[in-house]
Design a protein around this ligand. Structure first.
Ligand code: SF4
Length: 60
């Protein structure tokens, strides 16, 4: 498996994502896609990282 390099521009604490460098709390992608599941987002909780991919080792 390739060694993951952190993207210093994208901090992230989502350890369940396969793109997360958990030890340093950074994303390893060059670019991510962020979206929303709300019609009129007003708080951070309304937004989503659409580049999230669950770790295969996480849940069987
Ligand atoms: S893809 Fe999104 S959720 Fe996954 S580590 Fe990067 S920023 Fe975090």
């Amino acid at each position: 498996m390739d060694e993951q390099k952190k993207n210093k521009s994208i901090k992230c604490d989502v350890a369940q994502c396969r793109h997360n460098l958990v030890s340093e709390h950074y994303c390893t992608l060059d670019c991510i896609s962020v979206g929303t599941h709300e019609e009129d987002p007003t708080v951070p909780e309304c937004t989503d990282c659409n580049s999230f991919v669950v770790r295969s080792s996480c849940c069987g």
